[in-house]
Every structure is written in structure tokens, then in C-alpha cells.
Design a protein around this ligand. Sequence first.
Ligand SMILES: Nc1ncnc2c1ncn2[C@@H]1O[C@H](COP(=O)(O)OP(=O)(O)OP(=O)(O)O)[C@@H](O)[C@H]1O
Ligand SMILES: [Mg+2]
Length: 250
Amino acid sequence: MGATVAVGSLGGAPGVTTLAVALASTWPAEGPAVVVEADASGGDVGAWWHMPTAPGMVELAAAARHDSSSGPGESGVDPLSRSQVLPGGVRVCLAPVTAERAAGAVRLLAQHPGVLSSTDAAVTVVDVGRLTPRTSGTHIAAAPGIDAVLLVTTEDLAQLKRLQDSLPGICAAIANPVVAVVGRRESSRELTEAIQVPVAARIPLDNRGAALIRGQGTARFGRRRLMEASRGLAHHLHHAVLQPAGTGAS
Ligand SMILES: Nc1ncnc2c1ncn2[C@@H]1O[C@H](COP(=O)(O)OP(=O)(O)OP(=O)(O)O)[C@@H](O)[C@H]1O
Ligand SMILES: [Mg+2]
């Protein structure tokens, strides 16, 4: 079974969806990589790439409702089977753009998180949107089949303060979240001192790299600084976070 990684924020749109797609694009293990847009406030990738959002996350959630498996890896439902392929090869289970249509489906996924663990994908990256207490996204991030949780923030003082104050509550629900900071204004040492947790990755502000992930622009994907940083973070998650935990990821 491949790895399942949840990616979320505490608000402020720091670049969760962008990093989720970048991580899937740069995942170091062989095999398909799939992103599941499990953001209750709605998805963005379908609009970015002018794609219909079905089949996608809603169909995955509908199938999950009839799934009687008891744990991760035992489900007959696989995110890959409800995904669409972006140019470049990453697969995405797209979410409808509005919360009205997405929230109910994400609630179902939170009740059946086993369907998020793909048996055939090298990695399933689950974009859970904003991690606020007692929401579906937080339930998904805390589910047993999730191998790692990546918290994304910018260097904005309010976001760092929110992260620092929220971390004790988040850590009570989620073991060892990994923190990625978008922006490179401050040093990692200063940031670690400010938020009192190690910063695992720095993601550069890279407008052209982000535009490529939105389906715009013509620059070389693999060469962008955003992709290089994502490759480093994917390598860290795959080798330092997931494999020692004995997930069987290869
Ligand atoms: N590293 C980056 N450098 C430059 N722009 C970025 C970067 N990451 C994301 N962006 C841009 O910032 C905007 C928000 O990004 P994104 O949608 O990924 O954030 P999000 O955290 O998922 O937001 P939301 O909470 O609304 O879902 C987008 O226009 C995206 O292209
Ligand atoms: Mg998003």
C-alpha cells in the first residue's frame, strides 16, 4: 500500500492545494500519485485546469458510503478509480468548487477515511483545507490510515501566532505534524524559535511555479524553485517520516 499524506492549513490560503499537487508531482516512489481534494470549502484544481469535477471526490465519497471495510488498505474503493489525470501525469480526485456541494462529501470521507488509502498509488495526498477543531478535515487528518500530516503556513506574523497557539490542540489530535513554511524571509532558526516546533521545509514564493500548477504559463515544470522545494519535502516525508514509521512505503 502507498503512503497517505494529509496537507492542511490554519487558514489564510498559504498554498495547501498548490503544495499538495506539487508533492504528488515530485513524489520519489514509483507508481501513480493521486491528490484528493477533501476541502469542505470547495476545490480549486478543476477550475484551474478547466476540467469538470466529476468523476471526483463526490463520487469517491458516494462509494465510501457503501464501503464496509474496517480499516485502511481494506477498502475496495480506491481514489485512483475516481481521479482524472492532469497534464504531467498527476491524478486528482477533484472537488466541486462550492462548499454547498463539497462539504457533505467531505463529511462522508471523514466517516469512511479508509477509502483514502490507495492500494495501487505510490502516494495519496489529501488536501484537507483548513484544520479547525471538530471539522471533517481535522477528522480525516487524525484518521488511522493517514501516515503523515503536513501543516502549511506563511511567514505572516498572525499565521505564525495562530500556528503556535493552535499546535497543542492539533498535536492532541494528530501525532507529530510536519510544518512547512511558505516564504523565505526569516531564517528557519528564527521561525522555529517563534513557533516552538521544527520547520521541516521552506517553500519559496514562486509565482511562475504556482502558475504552472494552476495550468498557466509555459516555464519548465521540473526546474521551478517551487518544484525543487517540493521534491526535497517529498523526499523527507518518504524517507525520514514515513519509512521509519513502518508504513511499508517504498
Ligand atoms: N509557493 C507559492 N508561490 C507563489 N504563489 C503561490 C505559492 N503557493 C500558492 N500560491 C498561489 O497562492 C494562491 C493560493 O494558493 P492555494 O490555492 O494553493 O492555497 P490554499 O492554502 O489551498 O488556499 P485555500 O484555503 O483557499 O484552499 C494561488 O493563487 C496559488 O497559485
Ligand atoms: Mg486549497
